[in-house]
Design a binder for this molecule. Sequence first.
Ligand SMILES: *Cc1c(COP(=O)(O)O)cnc(C)c1O
Length: 354
Amino acid sequence: MDVMQIEFRQAERSRIHEVDFNNLPFGKHFSDHMFVADFVDGEWQNQQIVPFDNFTLSPALSSLHYGQSIFEGMKAYKNDVGEVLMVRPLDNLARMNESARRMCMATLPEEVFMGGLEALLRLDADWVPNTPGSSLYIRPYMFATDTFLGVAPSKTYRFCIFTCPVGTYYAKPPKVKVETEYIRAAEGGVGYAKCAGNYAGSMYPTMLAQQAGYDQLLWTDAKEHKYFEESGTMNVMFVIDGKIVTPALSDTTLKGITRDSILQIARHMGIGIEERQVSVDEIISGIESGRVTEAFGAGTAVVVSPFSVIGYKGKDYMLAEHPADKSIAMRIKTFLTDIRTGKSDDIFGWVYKV
Ligand SMILES: *Cc1c(COP(=O)(O)O)cnc(C)c1O
């Protein structure tokens, strides 16, 4: 299958002028078109680019009942000559297929994923913002479409990609609370999959944290609540004695592409890296002694998001805000942003030009 097989139906008129590109809330404005493909009779077919619009779905749609539903998140930027750039899109495809295998869903061939993505971004290129801090958020996702009640893998699936121009995710550094009662994922479970249910399960404990004045949770391990896992839709990192320390990957954490990019950049900058168990005690006592100087989340939506406060057992531990050139997190964020926007050389071979 190649790009030629995509059927196009273009929007009669663009909605782009209805959007204020200087004020972009996350995930509220949708670009003109979407890519859709269906897995039927054991193969991907009906590849289409159509105006962003509602689907018609059966009340018995299996994904609504039993949750075979997975997604990805990526971003596109514009360089200064207006070309559309993405980084590492094939890593998103690989992860989507890992999620699909864990959820017993159909996997996606590169031609469908990349062909659809490129065709969509070419058609909606005007929607890719070029103002600093803004980008086009890309949401590829897949869900089961059998109309059948029964806990069994669906035989049919729909894959869709739509996009949203977005600004920055958190307006100011978030306050995070260490969660010591609820869990996000346990060993042997589905924590490493970007499956819809993981996020549904996180909402109630997150709401409780927000009622207590925090923005987001810092998850700990399911057995002892002793070691950090990740935060919201971000991996977490700490700076201890000038080194980046981050929880090692396992089947309970999402394998973040931003996390990996940050570690590669840190290595390139000569900053020390440790991927290992990181205990809550180590971080709390490290903040008190001054050895922990930074704590931040890393993910596509936020890129890098320094935490201002870590709340633990009813007490708030403050993290000082550093000037951008002194903060390791912000230095790495700038480095990564410069690669993504084509401002600096693509020394890691990550950039994919549409
Ligand atoms: C998507 C996600 C991340 C970050 O992954 P990126 O590839 O960097 O965007 C981290 N944790 C969770 C739970 C996520 O859903």
